[in-house]
Design a protein. Structure first.
Length: 427
């Protein structure tokens, strides 16, 4: 939660806008430094989350065929079918070689954006930790051919992904004479209706974490990633009935949300009890305020606020059951500004990654917002020049910038204008 400080913060906003201009010029002029190993090509590809059509297939098998074609055409690269490799060949012959060569700036960018290209287990900080995981899984599949095949196929996907997305172009070129890369298996291992045992479930879960290429390179996205609708209301808190509505409350709740409900508070877990409700006192209900005395629910044209709280990792609209999230601190500042031509939005985080600051800046023109055909641009800056990590990437915006009248009923830039029972605003 943040408190919007209104017009008195104009000077801070000017600083934010000037900083945006500096970052924009710096990135587009190609003067951003992200480590001596990274080229403009490396940064551009790392900042592109959805590959172009030449690198996508209509389904899992199609995706594998398309990407295998690109691997076979890569000058100087030797390839072989995945079935020609053992798990040990992939782990010690390839993954163990790639692990220390991975560019920290690329891994930092993937982790910051919850990108599917990050390591299957992002907490691995040393090769020894990775090897411990490999050994544990190797023991689980021992003597079970079906599990061994699934385990090997997942490692083939992971090996290709690390080679392509974790290494700089210079390091890939240096490895070409000495490596043979597996081709991607076209078979997708699907879970059975019921698992035979816990080992099967664990190996399949690890396999799913490794075949992440399909999330971007294949047309259909799995339902667990494409469903961004709000989850149903939380069940009634047995210990403190009504507490669940203080943590989360939206248009689906019955009776409708009242003042002080849905405001949340500092969180440390996914459970209803795992948060501290913010202090809130009801001064009056809507029926007690004459309509003519109600303020217009718009943001000021410019302002800034402090953010003190945490962010769930991994980010999820509908968290997967049985996979609790972590809630590391995320403190910083928020800057917003709107005028007749441009919408601006900036986050400054104090210590977001490896103790270094991070900034995300969004810009969208009013023409883009009205047309609904472009989300604008986004600049991501991690660290400070001369420190590790240090990276600046310019990409298309993830979503359009929130606009000043976002909470005004029937406002002009809302193409849906939903009724209140479907999520629209009503007062």
């Amino acid at each position: 939660a943040f408190v919007m400080v209104s017009r008195s913060s104009a000077s801070s906003l000017v600083v934010a806008v000037l900083a945006f201009g500096a970052a924009w010029c710096r990135c587009h002029a190609g003067s951003a430094r992200a480590g001596a190993q990274l080229s403009a090509f490396d940064l551009r590809r790392a900042g592109t989350r959805i590959p172009n059509l030449a690198y996508r297939g209509k389904d899992f098998a199609g995706m594998s065929k398309v990407l295998n074609g690109h691997l076979r055409r890569m000058p100087g690269l030797s390839t072989a079918p995945c079935k020609n490799f053992s798990a040990h060949d992939l782990q010690e012959g390839l993954l163990a070689r790639f692990f220390p060569l991975a560019e920290p700036e690329l891994l930092a960018l993937y982790a910051l954006r919850e990108d599917r290209r990050q390591r299957a287990l992002p907490h691995w900080s040393t090769l020894e930790e990775a090897r411990a995981t490999w050994t544990a899984t190797n023991d689980l599949v021992s003597g079970q051919p079906e599990l061994q095949d699934m385990h090997r196929d997942g490692l083939c996907h992971e090996t290709v992904m690390w080679f392509v997305h974790h290494l700089s172009e210079r390091k890939r070129q240096g490895l070409l004479p000495t490596v043979t890369l597996p081709l991607l298996p076209e078979r997708r291992h699907v879970p059975p209706a019921t698992y035979m045992d816990g080992n099967h479930a664990a190996v399949h879960a690890e396999y799913e974490s490794r075949v992440s290429c399909q999330q971007c390179h294949a047309g259909p996205i799995s339902p667990s990633w494409s469903n961004a609708t709000l989850p149903p209301p939380l069940p009634v808190d047995v210990k403190h009935p009504g507490r669940e509505r203080m943590r989360v409350c939206d248009y689906q709740n019955q009776p409708p949300c009242g003042p002080c409900e849905g405001l949340g508070g500092p969180r440390w877990g996914d459970g209803v009890e795992d948060f501290a409700p913010v202090n809130c006192t009801v001064l009056a209900t809507p029926t007690e305020i004459p309509k003519g005395n109600r303020p217009r629910p718009s943001f000021p044209k410019q302002g800034w606020g402090l953010m003190n709280g945490e962010s769930r990792q991994p980010l999820a609209v509908r968290p997967a059951p049985g996979k609790p999230g972590k809630y590391p601190a995320a403190n910083g500042r928020l800057f917003l500004a709107w005028d007749d031509t441009t919408l601006r939005h900036r986050y400054d985080f104090d210590k977001l990654l490896l103790g270094q600051p991070a900034t995300q800046i969004y810009l969208q023109t009013m023409a883009q917002a009205k047309a609904g055909n472009s989300s604008g641009v986004m600049v991501t800056i991690i660290g400070k020049e001369g420190h590790f990590p240090s990276i600046c990437v310019c990409t298309a915006g993830i979503a359009g910038v929130m606009q000043v009248d976002a909470f005004v009923p029937h406002e002009a830039l809302d193409p849906l204008d939903l009724p209140s029972e479907e999520g629209g605003a009503v007062y």
